[in-house]
Design a protein around this ligand. Structure first.
Ligand SMILES: C[S@@+](CC[C@H](N)C(=O)[O-])C[C@H]1O[C@@H](n2cnc3c(N)ncnc32)[C@H](O)[C@@H]1O
Length: 269
């Protein structure tokens, strides 16, 4: 038998509180979906090097194509490049416009491990007036296998942040460079210790590095200080810190400069 008694009804709130609850629910779902998608994308990038290289090739090509102020800084750094030139990680040929019409260059060799950037490099250089033989090889800066003391100049820009082992890359630079040869470099770096920007860089670094094919925020000046004692004779290294005109504040801290390999032929290029 069903008892007759007072009926309890659940009050329906249709006012501001109800709308707020629905809003929080929607935001939570959206947050969950966005976080899950990002986690899946990063996980996939992390475990699939081919996809990571392909993705980075497109990102890198878009990012560097539109930066006239940066271009001027690069070309000023590279104005004295000469002889047989080796470039580490030329990417989408970012620096090649600086070498247009340069008869002081006798040959150019680029070593680029990301094969998806090779076509971009070739397409870009095909439209430039480069009066020297050009070669692009699929090699890594840590162990290029190129002959000892083959080059007069080594160039690398925004590369030490991405390599597996920067110390090994610099040892290799020493090996392939002739005595008296010069190294030109431009690198984005970590902000000084104790700064908010460094805290931010180091916090985001694990995810940043997956999304941008190994790119980190290194203390490159410490490497360069050690580079002064690289090899038998060492290097004379000159560099300065500056804020580059980059669209994102996190990659503004930079250093650039050049190094000269000491040795019997130093200064006689
Ligand atoms: C941020 S991009 C810079 C490209 C170009 N140099 C520029 O200034 O725009 C880093 C480049 O270094 C290359 N790279 C990564 N690891 C390398 C390695 N171990 N040896 C040589 N290049 C490497 C990447 O494939 C990529 O082309």
């Amino acid at each position: 038998m069903q008892e007759d008694g007072p009926r309890h009804t659940v009050p329906v709130h249709r006012g501001g509180k109800g709308r707020m609850t629905s809003f929080i629910k929607i935001v939570s779902y959206l947050f969950f979906v966005v976080t899950l998608s990002l986690a899946l994308a990063l996980g996939y990038l992390r475990q699939n090097p081919e996809f990571r290289h392909r993705w980075f090739a497109s990102v890198c090509t878009c990012l560097v194509s539109n930066q006239p102020e940066q271009h001027a800084i690069r070309c000023d750094l590279l104005k004295d490049v000469r002889g047989d030139v080796l470039e580490l990680g030329p990417g989408p040929a970012t620096n090649m416009e600086c070498f247009e019409g340069k008869t002081s260059i006798t040959s150019y060799t680029g070593i680029e491990p990301n094969v998806f950037l090779h076509e971009v490099f070739r397409n870009k250089t095909a439209h430039l007036s480069l009066p020297f033989p050009l070669e692009l090889k699929t090699l890594e800066g840590e162990h290029s296998g190129l002959p000892d003391e083959m080059f007069d100049t080594v160039v690398f820009t925004h590369v030490l942040c991405s390599v597996h082992n920067a110390t090994q890359v610099l040892a290799e630079v020493d090996r392939v460079l002739k005595p008296g040869g010069r190294v030109f470099f431009l690198e984005h770096i970590a902000s000084p210790p104790g700064s908010w920007m460094r805290f931010f860089q180091k916090t985001i670094e694990p995810v940043w590095s997956i999304a941008l094919d190994g790119c980190k925020f290194p203390d490159t000046h410490l490497l360069l200080e050690r580079f002064k004692n690289q090899g038998k004779e060492g290097f004379e290294v000159m560099y300065h810190f500056f804020d580059a005109p980059m669209p994102l504040a996190i990659v503004k801290p930079h250093l650039m400069g050049h190094a000269v390999k000491k040795g019997r032929e130093a200064g006689e290029q």
